[in-house]
Each structure stands twice: as structure tokens, then as C-alpha cells.
Design a protein around this ligand. Structure first.
Ligand code: 5RP
Length: 226
């Protein structure tokens, strides 16, 4: 079976022009894209990179690409990132990593945000397979729990726990992560409403940000627009 994520990365590579500032998120498809860029030494030397991910920053440094500190990023030509699921309008849900706040900042700083991955990510409507992740200020925790219990009572809410040590995952910004599992499919608007609760720094649904999605599957590589 072909490596679909690699096939998607090969098509994404064609969108990159020499001299651009390229933003990259996290995941195995992004790792494929970086490897392809590294193979084109002339292109790689002309690019500047920005990333929302500590792990991806390590890869960029390993390839000896030019990397901007996240505080220095003023503009990104193209931001590439994976996701867990996206719908027909390219609204994307991300639940891994817990770095969605910086991912969303980079996607918003970019001229173009391109989702990449295999065809399994593409759905007509977001379903309940993946949780919506909330980055929450410690002081807002109880308020957010109360809001969720009142407004989406059927949802199951769990605090993200560390797999390496006892206790909660603490984000790079010093906050908690809550995974909100919906019992039934709810609207994008209802999911987005949680953004207004004081203490919610950001949620992991990317609404209307992606301009393209490059997906590869049995039917070949497709470039989708909203
Ligand atoms: C991190 C993400 C990743 O981009 C997502 O998990 C996709 O990863 P992969 O390319 O390995 O399928 O959302 O927050």
C-alpha cells in the first residue's frame, strides 16, 4: 500500500516557492514534508521556517533550516499542518499535541493555510470520533467545567493527564488541557461558543482558516477547497 501521507506531502511540496517563509505544524505528514524539502538543498537554503511545535522545531534544526523564534514571526507565506478530521468546508479539528493555540496563531498569520494528510481525515460533517480540546487557564478551570455542564450536559469532559509523570499535562503556556467528548454531533457554532467563557484560551477547532486540503488515498491525491 502506498504511503498516503508521503504522497500528500509530495503534492504540498509543489506549492512552495523559493524564498518563502513556511510555517509547519506537527505530525507525521509534516515530518514527510520536511524530509522532502531537505532533499532539495537549493530550495531548503532559500526558505525560512516557523513552527508551532517544539518537536517539529527539533526536526527543522536537525536539517539545519533557517528557523524563526515564534515571537519573531510577522508573516507566513504558507502554513502547512495536519489535523484529525476536517469537513467539507475545511473546518478542521485537532486533538493531538495540545499546541492548538500556537497552531491557530500561525495559521492566522499565514497568507494560506493548507491542511495535509491522508484521505481518512476528510468527512462531510465533523462527528464525535475526536474530542474538542480546550486550553484553559488554571484560574478558569471551575468556571469552564460549570459552563460545559450547563450548556453541553451530555458531553464527557476529561483533563488531559501526563503519560510520563503523575498529574495533568501543562501546556507551553502554563495551562491545562480539557478533552471534551461529545455524545452527539453538535454544530460548529455550538462548539465555538466555548471560546467566550473566561479562562478558555483557545479551542482546537479551526473554523474557516484552511484554504486548501491536500489529501491522498486510494483514489490518488486530491486538492480540496472549501
Ligand atoms: C497535532 C495535529 C497533527 O497535525 C495531527 O495529529 C496529524 O498528524 P499526522 O500527520 O501524523 O496524521 O493535529 O496537533
Amino acid at each position: 500500500m502506498p504511503d498516503f501521507k508521503l504522497e500528500a506531502a509530495k503534492t504540498a511540496l509543489q506549492f512552495i516557492k523559493p524564498g518563502q517563509t513556511i510555517g509547519v505544524g506537527a505530525g507525521s505528514t509534516i515530518a514527510n514534508l520536511l524530509e522532502l524539502i531537505a532533499a532539495d538543498k537549493q530550495l531548503a537554503a532559500s526558505l525560512t521556517f516557523a513552527t508551532s511545535s517544539f518537536k517539529t522545531a527539533g526536526l527543522i534544526l536537525q536539517y539545519d533550516f533557517r528557523l524563526l523564534g515564534s515571537e519573531q514571526v510577522k508573516h507566513i507565506d504558507i502554513y502547512f499542518d495536519g489535523c484529525d478530521q476536517f469537513d467539507a468546508k475545511l473546518n478542521a479539528l485537532k486533538c493531538g499535541g495540545g499546541i492548538h493555540t500556537s497552531e491557530k496563531i500561525m495559521a492566522s498569520l499565514a497568507n494560506e493555510f493548507v491542511l495535509i494528510g491522508d484521505a481518512s481525515k476528510s468527512v462531510e460533517k465533523l462527528d464525535t470520533t475526536y474530542p474538542l480540546v480546550l486550553e484553559v487557564l488554571p484560574t478558569g478551570l471551575q468556571l469552564v467545567y460549570q459552563w460545559l455542564a450547563k450548556n453541553i450536559p451530555t458531553a464527557k469532559v476529561t483533563m488531559r493527564l501526563s503519560t510520563q509523570k503523575d498529574g495533568a499535562v501543562i501546556t507551553e503556556n502554563g495551562n491545562y488541557l480539557l478533552d471534551v467528548y461529545f455524545a452527539e454531533t453538535i454544530t460548529i457554532e455550538k462548539m465555538n461558543a466555548v471560546k467566550m467563557v473566561p479562562g478558555v484560551v483557545e479551542h482546537s477547532l479551526f473554523i474557516g482558516l484552511a484554504k486548501k486540503a491536500v489529501i491522498a488515498g486510494e483514489g490518488g491525491v486530491k486538492v480540496l477547497s472549501p
